[in-house]
Design a protein around this ligand. Structure first.
Ligand SMILES: [Zn+2]
Length: 502
C-alpha cells in the first residue's frame, strides 16, 4: 500500500514491493521494528530508505521528515497509521550523525562524553554493505580491509573538545591495488574535519595567528599549517588569468631593507603574485607564467619609476611603452624626498648660526598641505612665512600635485613644463635633480591621462596589506609573510572542497 503526503512517501505491505515509479525497493519485515526515512532531496527525487532493526515489536515505525512518527500495527489495513507525535527521543548517535552532516554510508556508532576533561569522542562506522569506489579511478572496488583507527578534531560541542574517530576502509582496485578511502568529512588530509578547518580559516580572517590559536585551541604550528594549506589550495584552484590592469608595488618587510614585489590586480583589488626582492628578475617571474598572447591582454601597469620593473615590463608586455603608468604617489614622493634633503642641509647651516627654527619640523614638511595636523597648523604657517629654502621646496612639491587634476594630457603636459621651469630655476640642487628625473620619465607619467590608474587607488588592498604587516611583526621568515599576504589579499577560495560522498 502506498500513501503520499507533501514531502514524504509511506509504503507498507506484507509482500515485497517494487514500485515502478520509485527509485527503490523495500521489503518490509513483519514483526520487526522498521525505521524508515523518506525524504525529497534537492533535485526533487526521492531518497532511498534506510532500515534499522532494533526491536521485535509487531509494528512498522515510520519516521517522517517533519518529525512525526507513524506506528502501523502489522496486519492492520483499516487506517494508514497512528500519529504518535514527535519522535520520543533522539539518541546521541543520531544527534551526532546529524550534527556532523555525515555523508553516506557513515553513521555514528558511539558517543563518549568525558566531562572532567571537557571532551567528546565520536566513533563512526559504515554500513557493512556499503559499496566503495577506488579513490584513483572511481570504479567500484571490493572492500579489502580497514586502516588503523584515525581521529579528526571537530567543532567543539558546547565548549568540549570534540574528536571524530573512524577506521577508514581500504579497497582493492584491479588496476590500482589496495587504496584507502578518503573520509568525506575531512578532505584536506589534515587531522581535522572540514567544518573545523572552515572555523579556523574564518577566525584567521578576523585576527592574527596568536589570536586564532587561542580562540580555536590549536597550536601555533597547527594554525600556520591550516593557513598554508588554505593558501596552497586557493592558489591551485585559482583561474589562470592576466588582469587587464596591473599595479606593481614593493613592500618592505621586517626591519631590515628586505623587499617583496607585489603584483596586484588593479580592478579586483587582489594580490596576484608575491616575489622576493624588487629586482627585474622578481617581476619577470610573474610575467613568465604567461604566454605573449596572454600578456598582450594587459592594458596598463601602474608602478614606481623603478628601473628593474620598467625593464621587466618592457621585456615581456607587448606595447609596454604606452602601458606603463608611473604612479602619482611615487612621483610626488620623489620631490618630497628632495624637500627633506633641502631641510636637512638648511637645518645644518641654520644650527651652525645658532638658529634652530627647523628643529623638530621634519614631519611637517613631509605632509601634503591638507594633512598637516590641526594642532601644528599655526606653527607650520609661521615657519612657512619666514622665507626658508625648505618652504620654497615644499611649495614646489605641493604645486606638482596639481598635475593630476587635469582632464587632458596636453594641458597636463603644459602645466608640467611650467612647473619644471620653476623647479629647475629654484637654485635648490636636490629639487632640480628630482625635477630632471621626472622629466626623463614624463611620457609614462602622462600615460595616467589615458589609463587613470595608480598604485594607491586599490586603497582597500593597501590597508589590508598594512594590516598583514602589522600582524606580521612575529613573522620569522618571508615565506610566512607571503602566505599571509595571499591569505588576506589574494582573493582566493580558501575553504576545503565541499564534502564529497565517501
Ligand atoms: Zn582504481
Amino acid at each position: 500500500m502506498l500513501w503520499l503526503a507533501k514531502d514524504c512517501i509511506f509504503v507498507w505491505s506484507k509482500a515485497p514491493w517494487k514500485l515502478a515509479n520509485l527509485p527503490f525497493m523495500w521489503i518490509p519485515q513483519s514483526g520487526i521494528h522498521n525505521r524508515l526515512e523518506f525524504r525529497r532531496n534537492s533535485t526533487g527525487s526521492w531518497k532511498s530508505l534506510r532500515d534499522s532493526h532494533s526491536s521485535h515489536r509487531a509494528y512498522y515505525w515510520f519516521l517522517f521528515p517533519a518529525g512525526d512518527v507513524f506506528l502501523i500495527p502489522v496486519g492492520s489495513r483499516s487506517i494508514l497509521g497512528i500519529v504518535h507525535g514527535k519522535e520520543p527521543e533522539v539518541k546521541d548517535t543520531e544527534l551526532y550523525a546529524a550534527l556532523l552532516r555525515l555523508p553516506k554510508p557513515w553513521r555514528v556508532r558511539e558517543v563518549k562524553l568525558d566531562l572532567p576533561s571537557e571532551r567528546v569522542d565520536v566513533w563512526l562506522e559504515h554500513d557493512p554493505y556499503a559499496k566503495w569506489n577506488c579513490p584513483e579511478c572511481a570504479k567500484t572496488a571490493p572492500l579489502y580491509d580497514h586502516a588503523e583507527e584515525a581521529h579528526w578534531r571537530h567543532l567543539d560541542t558546547c565548549d568540549c573538545l570534540t574528536y571524530v574517530h573512524a577506521r577508514l576502509p581500504r579497497v582493492k582496485c584491479p588496476t590500482h591495488g589496495v587504496r584507502q578511502i578518503k573520509p568525506g568529512w575531512a578532505s584536506s588530509g589534515l587531522a581535522i574535519t572540514d567544518l573545523f578547518e572552515c572555523r579556523v580559516i574564518d577566525t584567521l580572517k578576523e585576527c592574527d595567528v596568536t589570536g586564532t590559536k587561542r580562540l580555536t585551541r590549536t597550536s601555533w604550528d597547527q594554525t600556520w599549517h591550516i593557513m598554508e594549506k588554505a593558501v596552497a589550495r586557493g592558489l591551485a584552484l585559482k583561474e589562470r588569468r592576466v588582469p587587464a590592469q596591473l599595479s606593481i608595488d614593493e613592500k618592505a618587510f621586517a626591519k631590515r631593507h628586505r623587499y617583496e614585489t607585489l603584483v596586484c590586480d588593479y580592478e579586483q583589488g587582489t594580490v596576484e603574485y608575491v616575489a622576493d626582492n624588487r629586482k627585474q628578475e622578481s617581476l619577470e617571474k610573474y610575467y613568465r607564467q604567461f604566454t605573449p598572447e596572454e600578456l598582450s591582454g594587459i592594458e596598463a601597469v601602474a608602478m614606481d619609476m623603478w628601473d628593474p620593473y620598467i625593464a621587466a615590463t618592457k621585456a615581456y608586455v607587448p606595447g609596454a611603452e604606452s602601458k606603463i603608468v608611473f604612479d602619482k604617489f611615487h612621483v610626488v614622493r620623489t620631490v618630497t624626498e628632495a624637500v627633506d634633503k633641502v631641510r636637512r642641509n638648511e637645518h645644518k647651516i641654520l644650527t651652525s648660526e645658532g638658529d634652530d627654527r627647523l628643529k623638530g619640523t621634519k614631519h611637517l614638511w613631509l605632509y601634503n598641505e591638507e594633512n598637516v595636523p590641526e594642532w601644528r597648523k599655526e606653527e607650520f604657517d609661521a615657519i612657512r612665512g619666514t622665507h626658508l629654502k625648505t618652504g620654497r621646496a615644499w611649495a614646489i612639491k605641493e604645486a606638482l600635485r596639481g598635475l593630476w587634476g587635469f582632464s587632458y594630457p596636453k594641458r597636463a603636459e603644459a602645466f608640467f613644463r611650467r612647473w619644471y621651469f620653476w623647479a629647475t630655476y629654484s637654485r635648490l640642487s636636490s629639487v632640480i635633480a628630482a625635477a630632471k628625473t621626472l622629466r626623463r620619465h614624463l611620457p609614462n607619467i602622462l600615460t595616467y591621462f589615458k589609463h587613470r590608474i595608480s598604485n594607491a587607488t586599490a586603497e582597500g588592498l593597501n590597508s589590508k596589506i598594512q594590516m598583514v604587516k602589522e600582524m606580521a611583526c612575529g613573522f620569522r621568515n618571508r615565506e610566512h609573510y607571503k602566505t599571509a599576504i595571499y591569505f588576506h589579499c589574494g582573493g582566493l577560495d580558501l575553504y576545503p572542497t565541499p564534502r564529497a560522498t565517501a
